[in-house]
Design a binder for this molecule. Structure first.
Ligand code: GDD
Ligand code: MN
Length: 383
């Protein structure tokens, strides 16, 4: 088999995929990385020479056409695969999908932007096998590794996150925020259903979700500055990370989305009262109060919808007509929730309960209904 012809050479003979499953699948999440794809494939070819490998790019429908670039290369090189996800975003969930799409006994996760140290990939693979480990992590924080690719601000954030993550894991891992590692499939598959898949710290997620402690080693890696394209993680990074930590701490009892949904609901109450006051609800009685209250309910529901669409369901954000349809369904669900709320509260009160307990029971039923129904119907999400 002609396994090693160079992909960059124009007109080179097509490369056949390895017979049977490859030994190693390199999973590469991408978003707007078109210029990096051909370079990365060339580097993998050098780094993994002699191994049976494949690379799978998991692209979230990048506007720059990354998926098409990768597909074009895949036509000539059977070791290249593409998964294109539409209407979804997320580094961690992209990695999980890429990993599950492969049959190889070992996989690597690596960024597309050439910031990860490809020369360490082979030593990481060899170490995994030699020491019978579950996972080998490329670390920037042991002797020989470095973070020259990070800005001063990013370095500080990274260090803070690292400390938090170490607390969460109770592990000595020096770089739990690394996005570069090699892992055995059987170890991954044991915990895949417990993963949060939240945000972009897939390694932290894997360690935090493992049933029994993972056998791991770390290999020093340099973190290079980015050359093409730009980082996507600056603004949302801290927020997504916080959510992952929340989910790992409380997710067993309460879905993180429900926590966020409830927090947003809390801000909705404030909006409600402000609008009620603005519409003259404070002085008005009877008919006028009814009108003010109705306006306040509509304002609060609209607020809740947009803030939830922006934060709670940022990965499933509705746009265009979807936004209109979503808003209408959210109103309808809210109206049904209000009926359920009043119904349950009245029922509890009529059974002789104290007034505030009846009120709380109604509110709780309303909140759970609103969350469950809008989760499935408005945003079409799982919990
Ligand atoms: N499919 C998909 N979906 N890929 C994404 C998304 C997304 O929503 N967001 C980012 N990516 C891809 C990028 O295209 C790149 O290949 C990789 O994920 C990392 O994204 P960058 O935007 O380059 O992130 P970074 O350099 O700030 O962070 C990286 O370094 C950290 C170490 O400081 C990531 O690898 C982190 O996981 C790593 O911890
Ligand atoms: Mn990067």
């Amino acid at each position: 088999m002609t396994a090693h012809s160079r992909t960059e050479e124009a007109g080179a003979a097509p490369v056949e995929p390895p017979a049977g499953a490859p030994d190693l699948t390199v999973v590469v999440p991408t978003f707007n990385e078109r210029d990096n794809i051909p370079i990365l494939i060339g580097r993998l070819e050098t780094a993994l020479h002699g191994l049976r490998w494949e690379v799978v790019f998991v692209d979230d429908d990048s506007p720059d056409g990354t998926a098409d670039v990768a597909r074009e290369l895949a036509r000539r090189d059977g070791r290249v695969r593409v998964i294109q996800r539409i209407g979804r975003r997320g580094l961690s969930s992209a990695c999980v999908e890429g990993i599950l799409s492969s049959a190889a006994p070992v996989f690597a996760v690596m960024d597309a932007d050439l910031q990860h140290d490809d020369t360490q990939l082979r030593p990481m693979v060899d170490r995994l096998a030699a020491d019978e480990l579950d996972i080998v992590v490329g670390s920037r924080y042991i002797a020989g590794g470095d973070t020259i690719g990070l800005s001063g601000r990013r370095k500080a954030i990274s260090r803070l996150g690292t400390t938090l993550a170490q607390r969460l894991l109770g592990a000595e891992l020096t770089d739990p925020m690394s996005g570069f590692f090699v892992m055995r499939r059987d170890a991954f598959n044991r915990s895949v259903r417990r993963l949060s898949q939240q945000g972009f710290k897939i390694l932290l997620d894997i360690f935090a979700s493992a049933e029994r402690p993972l056998r791991y080693a770390e290999i020093a890696c340099r973190f290079h500055p980015r050359v093409h394209g730009e980082s996507k993680l600056d603004t949302m990074a801290a927020w997504e990370f916080g959510l992952l930590v929340l989910d790992k701490l409380f997710g067993r009892w309460l879905p993180t989305r429900f926590l966020l949904f409830s927090l947003v609901g809390g801000t909705g109450v404030v909006i409600h009262l402000v609008v009620l006051w603005l519409l003259g609800g404070a002085e008005a009685g009877g008919e006028a109060f009814f009108r003010a209250q109705t306006g306040a309910v509509a304002a609060a529901m609209t607020w809740n919808f947009f803030v939830n669409n922006w934060i709670t369901y940022r990965d499933k954000r509705l746009r265009g007509w979807g936004l209109v349809r979503g808003l209408l369904s959210f109103y309808a669900i809210g109206a049904a929730g209000a009926v359920a709320n009043v119904g349950v509260a009245t029922l509890v009160a009529s059974n002789g309960s104290v007034w505030w307990l009846a009120g709380l029971a109604g509110a709780a039923i309303g909140a759970v209904w609103n969350f469950a129904a809008s989760n499935y119907i408005t945003w079409r999400a799982r919990i």
